[in-house]
Design a protein around this ligand. Structure first.
Ligand code: C5P
Length: 246
């Protein structure tokens, strides 16, 4: 099983991101990074290319959600960036997810992992019911969206660690779960609602945890990253072995 801690690099510029990553340059384990909308919209594809050249694995978290043809063409462009993981919103329908997969697959058959966002971890049951008019319980909705993603041929979903059990039950143990909403027992919740600690995420069977502010806003980001690694990975995975990682 491939598992890892992914640092959400939610920075406003390439310079800020590169300065932050300099702190990690002495580590044997190169962190897996998530580049989201903020950094991609400000620094563009160049920052992705630069970080790939430096040897980082990249989850490009742009959460595509549009008509199938537009998503297919956009995915073709992202696939050329040679990232390791990209995503779409499952709410875009199975047709859109299949189109994304098609666009992402290169001529030689290779492609980055493709995962779907089910419900954002900042969304509460109340917001889902009152604002989105979805009456089903949040975990049933998430399991259903995950099943749609699996049927469309995707590799996994983004969900809260609290939903991993339901997702694996519905889609099987190999269906990847990438889980944000991670907080240390002693840190602030910020705007996240459905949160767990790295240790609980591991117990619940999460494959990848995505951690932003608990690392990026920490007084000592490297120590915070290492705390995540120690809590989330097993001892065998913790001892750096490249074959344990995608
Ligand atoms: O700072 P924090 O740890 O809350 O960052 C979580 C990251 O995961 C953010 O970049 C956010 O956009 C992303 N994310 C999320 N919930 C999802 C999908 C992505 O929090 N369902």
């Amino acid at each position: 099983m491939k598992r890892d801690v992914i640092i959400a690099c939610d920075f406003g510029s390439a310079e800020e991101c590169l300065n932050f990553l300099d702190k990690f340059s002495h580590l044997e384990r190169k962190p897996f990074l998530k580049i989201g909308m903020e950094l991609f919209y400000s620094a563009g594809p160049e920052i992705v290319k630069k970080l790939k050249e430096k040897g980082f694995k990249i989850f490009l978290d742009l959460k595509l959600h549009d008509i199938p043809n537009t998503v297919k063409k956009a995915m073709k462009v992202l696939s050329n960036l040679d990232v390791d993981m990209v995503n779409v919103h499952a709410a875009g329908t199975k047709e859109m997810m299949s189109a994304a997969l098609e666009g992402l697959t290169r001529a030689d058959g290779t492609r980055p992992l493709l995962i779907a966002v089910t419900q954002l971890t900042s969304t509460s049951q109340q917001a889902m019911t009152e604002q989105l008019l979805i009456d089903n319980p949040i975990d049933a909705t998430i399991a259903h969206y995950a099943h749609n993603a699996m049927e469309a041929g995707l590799d996994g979903v983004v969900c809260s660690p609290l939903e991993v059990g339901k997702v694996k039950e519905s889609c099987g143990p190999d269906f990847i779960t990438v889980t944000p909403g991670i907080r240390f027992a002693d840190s602030a919740k910020d705007d996240q609602v459905r949160i767990t600690t790295p240790a609980l995420a591991r117990e619940l069977g999460s494959d990848f945890i995505v951690v932003g502010r608990p690392i990026t806003a920490a007084v000592d980001p490297v120590a915070a990253y290492q705390r995540c690694v120690e809590e989330f990975l097993t001892e065998e995975e913790f001892i750096y072995n490249p074959s344990n990682f995608i």
